[in-house]
Design a protein around this ligand. Structure first.
Ligand SMILES: [Zn+2]
Ligand SMILES: [Zn+2]
Length: 333
């Protein structure tokens, strides 16, 4: 079977790999579709991934069951969570795998077959086609949904700083929830996409001070919530400056140290800052319900390519002008 190899230095190749074998509690998935995630780009551009890839959003058919697996059948359609809990702690009992101290990460999902933990598979109902399935079970909607659980019902205005795929997901979801959304980015293409997904206003960061622009759009009080989805220090500091007094800053974008003053950024304006990572396995039913209630998930996807054209898919994605990019492994997807 074929597996994508991230060679580093922005190169990818297709290699023959042995068919995966399911260990106890695992399943082999025959891939129908996989999605590219911004978190893969660091390895793509730098040192690559030895012998494989860090693809972690995919859906397909259960092909083989490992020892002790119950509740899944061969041929069943599933989407998978790349984070699998240990299965026997109190967090796992609540489906909160990212909080489990013994969780495992499954990658290598840009391949014709891959391994997944059986307890991390979400069955896909018949009304959920492959494209919706991979967005509902990967972090494409997962991160925006998990982020939304951190926000009070009273929130009315949300500014999203950085509208790559994760930021665009928050634009779509927050607009769907009836909030006024302001999208902030450098890419005109992505800002246009944000408008199509429901942003009522967009701020092009090169047109001037984005903080002043967000304040001007909010009667000079600032947004109730600023979501940092760019993973950049200047964007994070702009979020603190553009949020209203007593507002909330949510961190989605990974980054290192940041020069923050407790007095300036938190204390004197009663600011709350929270992190939100991946999603909880147990949040899938709520996301499925949002989709069935009309959340326009498909609009997040801008590019669909056959698996054989993965190099082209990465090049497009890395250029920073796309929404979600999907690889298809079957004509059905
Ligand atoms: Zn991801
Ligand atoms: Zn656990």
């Amino acid at each position: 079977m074929k597996r994508l190899i991230l060679d580093g230095e922005s190169r990818v190749t297709m290699a023959d790999a042995p068919e995966p074998v399911a260990g106890p509690g695992e399943v082999v998935i025959q891939t129908a579709v996989s999605a590219l995630c911004g978190s893969e780009l660091h390895d793509y551009r730098s040192g690559g991934v030895a012998g494989g890839n860090n693809g972690h959003e995919a859906a397909g058919w259960v092909r083989a069951l490992g020892a002790g697996v119950t509740g899944l059948t061969v041929g069943q359609r599933v989407g998978v969570s790349a984070i699998a809990g240990c299965g026997h702690c109190t967090y796992c009992a609540l489906g909160q795998y990212t909080w489990c101290r013994g969780f495992s990460f499954y990658g290598n999902m840009h391949a014709e077959q891959f391994l997944a933990a059986a307890n991390a598979c979400h069955p896909l109902p018949d009304d959920v086609a492959w494209e919706a399935g991979v967005l509902l079970t990967g972090d494409g909607l997962g991160v925006p949904y998990h982020t939304s659980t951190k926000l009070a019902d009273s929130v009315r205005t949300v500014a999203v700083f950085g509208v790559g795929p994760v930021g665009l997901g928050s634009v779509l979801l927050q607009a769907h929830l009836g909030r006024r959304v302001i999208a902030v980015d450098r890419s005109a293409t992505r800002l246009a996409l944000a408008r199509r997904l429901g942003a009522q206003a967009v701020v092009q960061v090169d047109d001037g001070d984005p903080v002043a622009a967000v304040r001007a759009l909010t009667d000079d009080t600032g947004a109730d919530v600023c979501i940092e989805a760019a993973g950049r220090p200047e964007s994070a500091l702009a979020c603190f400056a553009a949020v209203r007094t007593a507002g909330t800053v949510v961190f989605n974008g990974e980054q290192g140290a940041l020069p923050i003053s407790p007095s300036e950024q938190f204390i004197r304006r009663d600011i709350t800052a929270v992190g939100a990572w991946f999603y909880h396995f147990g949040e899938y039913p709520a996301m499925l319900q949002l989709y069935r209630d009309g959340l326009r998930l498909h609009d997040l996807i801008t590019d669909r390519l056959p698996f054989a054209d993965a190099a082209d898919a990465y090049a497009r994605f890395a250029a920073g002008q796309t929404g979600k990019v999907l690889l298809r492994y079957t004509d059905e997807a």
